[in-house]
Design a protein around this ligand. Sequence first.
Ligand code: GRG
Length: 337
Amino acid sequence: MAPILRDVQQADPLRLLPDLTDDLARVEDRLHAEVGSDLPFLTEVAAHLITAGGKRIRPGFAIAAAATAYTPTRPVHDDVIGGASAVELVHLGSLYHDDVMDDATTRRNVASVNAAWGNHRAILAGDFLLARASEIAAGLGTEVSQILASTIAALCEGQIRELQDNYNVDRTVRDYEASITGKTASLLAASCRIGALTGGVDRAGVEALTEFGHSYGMAFQIVDDILDVVATDEQLGKPSGNDLAEGNYTLPVINTMRNPGGDKLRAILGGPLTDEQWARAREIVRSDGGVAEALETAQAWADKAAGSLTSLPDNDAANALRAAGDHLVERVSAPII
Ligand code: GRG
């Protein structure tokens, strides 16, 4: 199949949003302040992936959701910065734990926390990040606190669903969607919801932005899963093809197994793979229509995301959010369709 990637490394949805530079700089300051501890070692470990960077999509969406209430865009209230920082801290905590589970060696182009300091410290530092997020949320009121807590629960549920389906060649699209709803879409939805609530968006807007975050999150994870199949290590900045190797059968793989030629893929999958089996399985998925079908599903979620925002005002923040889903899908789509 022809290479299908455009600017994977440049996959920055915030590029489309109104200038968030100053507000995101406030988030950076807040993140560093929040990981302060009486134990300098804990501060160092907890700050590791903050310093390493990341796209900051979740805080960006929280700020943009708040900014939909303003025309023209203006700096957001400190509570929005608190909410935006809290969702990034939850994301970070989940990455610390995820990397322990995957025995990952790199994250955000630097050594993963577990690789640098070991699993015990990575788990505890991840817990510390979640605790700091919860402290911020408590200061933002009962509703924000409740959203954050139930989102952490949803992340765990999504991840458990994924584990339960490990190496399961009968995993269904429904099973997959239930897992990514929890492990990814829930936090994107919470980011938009918390941003909207702390930004003073009206109730209808809060609901619309939550729906947007959920649908965008579904598209986001599907695109991420497509990239794991079709991108190179260099394009991703981390080892690609990991999902297949670990028995996490994502949408392109599930689609391929259901297609007429799917039996030859099923015959290889179902357990740990040799290098040759991994390469063969990857080639089958890449050359089948399962990737293009997954891309269509991602596009449908992106369309749904934009459609959720029809009743929002015609301002920079709302328009940028409406366009964000298409931008996400475009970055992988050009030569596939
Ligand atoms: C302790 C909260 C908590 C959860 C435990 C480990 C776990 C349960 C959940 C893992 C959830 C997870 C890592 C989902 C993957 C989401 C995803 C696509 C991450 C990559 O997000 P990007 O691309 O990364 O926004 P950057 O580095 O740019 O922030």
